[in-house]
Write a protein that binds this ligand. Structure first.
Ligand SMILES: [Zn+2]
Length: 182
């Protein structure tokens, strides 16, 4: 079993890597790391916790030790339909038990790049560095949209309500229809 201090240090390194920092510099983590680790059905990105992975790997040894071909132990594993132990099945089970459920209902789209999926996931959580969020953190002095100066800059405003966003969507729609006709 890895010591909890080691697990915490490794998770800290993964957090910094995920949010774009390195060992020396730190960028602001916009969403709690536990939420990032959680399963996609629970609003996370299904990265999985190192704690669960560590226990699941140890469980593999336990399972091998107990699993003789003719013993009933070989039949105990219920987390896999095949009945055969897998690290992934126990890791997911532990993470489902220990990690939080997010209010954000969101699903990964495999047709678009991972970066855009993560952007959509952050929008779903309301955790972009919008003026409203920066003001809440005391980083900005105004919550107004920098593009139109007409309304508080929320995720919904930037992507839907802002007149500049409207113009961008219209341009995209025009180009799309031109491609279809051409
Ligand atoms: Zn605006």
């Amino acid at each position: 079993m890895a010591p909890i201090k080691v697990i915490k240090t490794l998770e800290k390194i993964r957090t910094r890597f995920f949010w774009g920092g390195d060992l020396e510099s730190r960028k602001m983590p916009w969403i709690a790391w536990e939420k990032v680790l959680a399963a996609k059905e629970r609003g996370g990105l299904r990265i999985g916790s190192l704690k669960a992975h560590n226990i699941a790997l140890l469980g593999k040894w336990w399972w091998k030790f107990k699993s003789y071909p003719d013993s009933t132990w070989a039949e105990v594993w219920s987390l896999e339909s095949s009945g055969v132990y897998s690290v992934a099945s126990l890791r997911i089970h532990i993470d489902t038990t220990i990690l939080p459920i997010s209010e954000c209902r969101w699903s990964w789209n495999y047709l678009i790049p991972g970066k855009l999926n993560i952007l959509a996931w952050r929008i779903c959580h309301g955790k972009l560095p919008s003026m409203v969020n920066l003001l809440k953190l005391g980083i900005s002095l105004s919550n107004l949209c920098k593009m139109c100066n007409g309304a508080p800059e929320t995720e919904e405003h930037v992507f839907v309500d802002c007149p500049v966003a409207h113009e961008v969507w219209q341009q995209i729609a025009k180009k799309g229809s031109r491609v279809t006709i051409g």
